[in-house]
Design a binder for this molecule. Structure first.
Ligand code: NAP
Length: 296
């Protein structure tokens, strides 16, 4: 029999990916939604998470597809009600709130999953295996897209905790941390922040690699036309260019729900915070440059 799951936040990513991925997986059944403004045809909706938790004790898993700023309060409520919780990326707006959620989940004995959809793109597992036997000399990330195309009217990305260009950039960092055999740490960052906004529209990052490899990232939301999402890696004997596209997201989200089913089955937690650590470090160490105001 399939597991009952509720989806919270019926916005862009819920409609583009979560609903199709749940519907495609026989292990899950979309039993309800929580939305303040929307609904899904044929699916029971509750206006608040409290109302859902009270009305549907049979739903044991809650997937949060809301922006990161309100996510802690929703996740805490669900965990305290004994439900398993799946978090969209980034898992929260601070390291401490994510760590505290993990403590709460372990205490309550429920599964908690900080998802990183980009890690499930085609070619990532192969890249990790390929790198395991080589010495990296250089890793360069280019993650550039048009914010008006990919975040139309989304004011939350410009608010504290909304991450700005790190909202897509953290996808690249999740791939980097997923494939590199050794951990790197951020040493320098430059953040270009529009004069009327709280979060960066572009960022350059440099990392220290324990073997001296050059590791850099360029994120930019001022790209026009097609996005450029690529990671170029040079090693001691060969090079690898990884490039990504939106088409790959269907398989990524199906894999996230497969993994969540395993976590719930095994009653385990998967909270890798390494991508968010680099973002937090960039906000802590970054040199800020004020740029022209941004309007949608
Ligand atoms: P969105 O469409 O702007 O918002 C999603 C939904 O969250 C909204 O429709 C709203 O749902 C709810 N919501 C918004 N603000 C809220 C608040 N303050 N309190 C409670 N609920 C609130 O955003 P999205 O693009 O789907 O992104 C959601 C998350 O998914 C983000 O963390 C983002 O990084 C991640 N993500 C997005 C994409 C993408 O392509 N857009 C891709 C991968 C991951 P209701 O009106 O139904 O209540």
């Amino acid at each position: 029999m399939s597991r009952q799951i509720a989806l919270v936040g019926i916005g862009k990513i819920a409609r583009d990916q979560h609903i199709p991925a749940i519907e495609a997986d026989p292990e899950w059944s979309l039993a309800a939604t929580v939305s303040r403004h929307a609904s899904v045809d044929g699916v029971e909706n509750h206006r608040t998470l409290d109302a859902l938790l009270a009305a549907r004790p049979d739903i044991d898993t809650i997937s949060l597809a809301i922006p990161a700023q309100p996510r802690f309060d929703y996740a805490r409520l669900a965990i305290e009600a004994g439900r398993h919780v799946m978090l969209e990326k980034p898992p929260g707006v601070s390291m401490a709130e994510c760590q505290n959620l993990e403590v709460l989940a372990r205490r309550r004995g429920v599964s908690l999953y900080a998802t990183w959809h980009a890690r499930h793109a085609e070619g990532i597992a192969e890249a990790r295996d390929w790198l395991a036997t080589r010495t990296v000399k250089r890793l360069q990330i280019h993650w550039k897209e048009d914010v008006r195309m990919w975040h139309p009217g989304q004011e939350w990305v410009w608010e504290p905790g909304g991450l700005g260009v790190f909202d897509p950039g953290i996808n690249a960092l999740s791939i980097m941390t997923g494939i590199l055999p050794v951990p790197v740490h951020l040493t320098e960052a430059t953040l270009h922040v529009p004069a009327n906004r709280q979060t960066p529209i572009a960022a350059s990052l440099c990392f220290h690699h324990p073997d001296g490899a050059e590791v850099q990232a360029e994120f930019d939301w001022r790209q026009s036309g097609d996005p450029l999402w690529e990671i170029m890696i040079e090693t001691d004997d060969d090079s690898l260019d990884l490039s990504f596209g939106a088409a790959s997201m269907d398989i990524e989200y199906r894999r996230l729900y497969r993994h969540m089913a395993q976590l719930v089955g095994d009653a385990t937690v998967d909270m890798d915070l390494s991508p968010l650590t680099h973002v937090a470090d960039a906000f802590m160490l970054g040199r800020r440059i004020s740029t022209e105001p941004f309007f949608f």
